[in-house]
Write a protein that binds this ligand. Structure first.
Ligand SMILES: NC(=O)c1ccc[n+]([C@@H]2O[C@H](COP(=O)([O-])OP(=O)(O)OC[C@H]3O[C@@H](n4cnc5c(N)ncnc54)[C@H](OP(=O)(O)O)[C@@H]3O)[C@@H](O)[C@H]2O)c1
Length: 252
């Protein structure tokens, strides 16, 4: 399969999504930088283009089914104009939120919002794009090490990530006959804006979480991004329905 295929990355305006968009562009994918606004996507597009890559911005709120439908139409129109011979070879469902609270503090709205972004959004986006993806295409969904181990006040988030893993396995079975493989990457604590930037900015938390990993520190965004890129490479073409934890060995 050509290395100039199209990769769509959600939540790509910052954090792991931005790092993944850039890592895939470095591997010569034409990258669709999907973010909640075009303004959030454009600086990432500009950075990729400045580095001799190719990218397009796309407005997409994964919590809104109407936005997913509109983004699909926008995407198909945009790529047929910019890259008429290229196919959507890769989809990275990266956008995610964590609303952390102990049992007493969990609200129905928090549960609905978390599942709308972390589970329903990826599902509806896969449903929207799979008809436009060729045999050999790859989908990576972002989970979390918290689907395997327990940390205080993370029940709803962990449940949403367990759900995306179950969804990924089922869809790997369903889409395998079409030659499409689906896997999940489960990052451990990584230094981004996530959780208010605590894993990046709070020295005490960085130290404490780092002590829980075999390699002795929290992760950096590029370390997740390169793992996503490895998962979609042809080296791993016989791997589907799997979960790869990328965490420096957290709570082994
Ligand atoms: N960092 C970690 O320690 C860690 C660990 C395990 C798993 N993860 C997972 O990795 C993924 C990326 O996390 P991150 O660390 O990069 O977090 P982040 O810095 O908080 O970024 C989250 C991204 O998701 C986007 N997003 C949130 N709601 C959205 C929506 N409704 N529609 C579209 N985009 C939306 C955000 O866009 P806006 O800029 O518009 O808000 C942002 O680009 C998430 O799925 C997260 O659960 C992160």
């Amino acid at each position: 399969m050509s290395t100039s295929g199209i990769a769509v990355v959600t939540g790509a305006g910052r954090g792991l999504g931005q790092a993944t968009a850039r890592a895939l562009a470095e591997r010569e994918y034409r990258v669709v930088v999907a973010a909640r606004s075009l303004e959030a996507a454009q600086p990432v597009v500009d950075a990729i283009v400045a580095n001799a890559g190719e990218a397009l911005p796309l407005a997409l709120d994964v919590a809104d089914p109407a936005s997913i439908d509109a983004a699909r139409d926008e995407l198909l129109a945009g790529i047929s104009e910019a890259w008429p011979d290229a196919k959507i070879e890769v989809l990275v469902n990266n956008a995610g939120i964590g609303l952390f609270a102990p049992l007493e503090g969990i609200t129905a709205d928090d549960v609905d919002r978390t599942f709308a972004v972390n589970v329903r959004g990826p599902l509806l986006l896969i449903q929207a794009l799979v008809p436009h993806m060729p045999p050999g295409a790859r989908i990576v969904n972002l989970s979390s090490s918290l689907s395997r181990h327990v940390s205080p006040a993370t029940a709803v988030y962990a449940a949403s990530k367990a759900a995306i893993e179950a969804l990924s396995r089922s869809l790997a079975s369903e889409l395998g006959p079409r030659g499409i493989r689906i896997n999940t990457i489960a990052p451990g604590p990584t230094a981004t804006d996530f959780n208010g930037g605590a894993m990046r900015d709070n020295a005490e938390m960085r130290h404490g979480l780092g002590q829980q990993t075999a390699l002795g520190r929290v992760g950096e965004p590029d370390e997740i991004a390169h793992a996503v890129a490895a998962f979609v490479s042809s080296d791993l073409r016989w791997v589907t329905g799997e979960r790869l934890e990328v965490s420096g060995g957290v709570l082994l």
